[in-house]
Design a protein around this ligand. Structure first.
Ligand SMILES: [Zn+2]
Length: 596
């Protein structure tokens, strides 16, 4: 077994350049120590917000100055800590800024309630003041929220109870992550291996059906033993969402959750309806899998294994960078020149090393370059990860350069759009590079599975989430029997008659942490649908498709998210982009069929 190098032993050009943020640790410490004076500066506005438009504008500026500064300090500490998670000095610095952050948000929490208490007449005057023109969007957002804020006394009680209200979710994650263990199973080589959350998906991708089945049955038989506890934690969480919606005067938990992004419920329902329309495409794909895998009747554990199991292509990082740059040529010269910077100015920490955080991400702050952490391992999938993370980073770069700090941070609702657009552009480029049948099959499968997993599967989750909250609103207690029965039925609806689903799948609801996130997953599905539409516009319409897309990258949080998407060329209030994305899925599947 080869021993991983330390981060400090890696060739310098394969690491990110955090000196762009702080030349040395003394600079970081000096900045950290200067935070307190910014807090004092901002807090001196306490009790004065209603005085005049000038004063309120200044308070916004001081708040931005404080948080912008704190984010820079945090950013460096968290990136540095991820280089080697075992380094205690780095961990300590991260801990320092994390507790400082908590302290700051506590001592500055007066701002919102004080703003909310400004009387209607003064607010109307403020809204029309030129002095506050720049902050109008933020003020309008606060006013929108005001309709759902309770009295000071009530808010205080809710604040005091919030930790206790979160218990159900906390119990779930403690049970699921810490206490729940799975038995050992035999892997492909008949070695006994303990089943974990981490290796489950690797077993699902095994070319050996017996191994897949064994992992599947072991996983869900284990969950079954805890079915009543799992139902109780989910029930508790749904009840909390329903309670919050009720006391804050929202018609439903769904509406309460969509409120912060200002998304109408129709967008959510529209997604579910549009996906239902296109379920036959999913069934077609499953039939093709069944034929290619030579299985008489597909089961739930025959969905994740690759159709070209032995396909391995080594791609070194230099090659990956060339491919990604070439694939993103349709995004124009300016985009290319910024991409060059990403590689030449060392935005990317490329290699795996001892103690480095696993996975991949893009992260930064307003005053840093948008850094990328990778664990690049020369696979074709890693090339897609590189394109994906560059999509996030380029989105941040454009927004940070076009917007003031106050409006630079784009919403989670659109967070996966730019990254997915890049993946699709990479797919289209790579398809043209090589006519080898295994290569093409791999790529088509990769895209089809991506759409299946992101649009179909997440929408199924979104539908289940909506259903269990509706039950909660009717005061139905969610029992394991009810959850299993309803989940199984929904699973049948999505997978149709092509799949002869092992009854154990009825327990799947128990292992999805997202059901505790309060209507989060639908954003994956709308985000990918938007990305497919945008990449088609860019490739088919040239500059007419490109300019609105660059407008989206620059928009940050300066407008309503649905308006940002509409200006970019995607109207998520209609089924059109969802239908178009799933027609792209159908097209991909048909092309795949010709290769098999
Ligand atoms: Zn992402």
């Amino acid at each position: 077994m080869s021993v991983l190098p330390l981060h400090s032993e890696l060739p310098i050009n394969e690491t990110w350049d955090l000196n762009l943020l702080y030349a040395d640790i003394n600079d970081w410490e000096n900045d950290f120590n200067s935070l307190e004076s910014l807090v004092t500066e901002f807090n001196s506005y306490r009790g004065k917000l209603a005085q005049s438009p000038e004063v309120l504008a200044e308070a916004f500026q001081k708040s931005d100055k404080l948080y912008r500064h704190a984010e820079k300090i945090y950013c460096y500490a968290h990136l540095k800590a991820d280089e080697n998670t075992a380094d205690s000095k780095n961990r300590a610095r991260l801990g320092m800024i994390e507790s400082k952050f908590a302290e700051i948000s506590g001592s500055t929490s007066w701002f919102e309630p004080e703003f909310m208490s400004i009387n209607e007449q003064t607010i109307t005057y403020f809204l029309n003041s030129e002095k506050l023109a720049f902050y109008r969007k933020s003020i309008e957002e606060l006013l929108r929220e005001r309709a759902h804020v309770l009295s000071e006394k009530e808010e205080r009680l809710l604040g005091l109870g919030s930790d206790a209200m979160n218990s159900a979710g906390k119990i779930f994650s403690t049970l699921n992550n810490a206490d729940l263990t799975f038995p050992e199973i035999n892997d492909e080589d008949k070695h006994k291996t303990e089943l974990t959350h981490g290796n489950y998906i690797r077993f699902m991708e095994s070319g050996n059906r017996t191994v897949r089945k064994r992992a599947f049955t072991t996983m869900f038989d284990t969950y079954k033993k805890y079915r009543n506890t799992m139902a109780a934690t989910l029930d508790g969480t749904v009840k909390r969402h329903v309670f919050n919606a009720k006391i804050r005067n929202f018609p439903s938990a769904l509406e309460a959750s969509l409120f912060s992004d200002n998304i109408p419920v129709s967008v959510y329902n529209n997604l579910i309806g549009a996906v239902h329309d296109k379920l036959p495409h999913l069934h077609h794909y499953l039939k093709i899998r069944q034929k290619a895998l030579k299985i008489r009747k597909m089961d739930m554990f025959d969905i994740y294994n690759p159709l070209v199991p032995n396909y391995r292509k080594e791609v070194n990082f230099e090659q990956a960078a060339e491919w990604v740059k070439a694939a993103l040529l349709p995004l124009g010269n300016e985009y290319q020149s910024i991409l060059e910077k990403a590689f030449n100015d060392r935005w990317i920490d490329i290699r795996e090393c001892k103690g480095k955080r696993s996975g991949a991400y893009s992260s930064g702050c307003y005053d840093s370059v948008p850094y990328i952490l990778l664990n690049y391992n020369n696979t074709l999938n890693d090339v897609f990860t590189l394109a994906h993370e560059l999509g996030h980073s380029m989105h941040s770069y454009y927004s940070n350069h076009a917007q003031d700090y106050h409006y630079a941070n784009y919403s989670i609702f659109v967070a996966e759009v730019a990254s997915t657009t890049n993946e699709i552009l990479l797919h289209e480029y790579l398809m043209k590079q090589n006519s080898d049948s295994d290569w093409q099959t791999y790529l088509l499968c990769h895209l089809a599975d991506g759409i299946r997993g992101t649009i179909y599967r997440q929408t199924m989750f979104a539908e289940f989430e909506k259903h269990i909250h509706e039950l909660g609103e009717k005061s139905v207690t969610l029992t394991a029997d009810q959850l299993c029965q309803d989940y199984y039925k929904l699973n049948q609806k999505y997978f149709g008659t092509v799949i002869n689903a092992d009854r154990r799948i009825e327990m799947e609801w128990a292992r999805i942490p997202h059901f505790y996130y309060n209507f989060y997953v639908y954003k994956y599905a709308t985000g990918m649908s938007a990305a497919i539409r945008l990449s088609q516009n860019i490739l088919e319409q040239g500059n007419d498709g490109l300019q609105p897309y660059l407008g989206f990258l620059r928009a940050g949080d300066s407008k309503d998210v649905l308006d940002i998407m509409k200006d970019a060329g995607v109207d998520l209030t209609t089924p059109e982009p969802i239908h178009a994305a799933l027609d792209k899925f159908a097209e991909t599947v048909c092309e795949l069929e010709t290769k098999l």
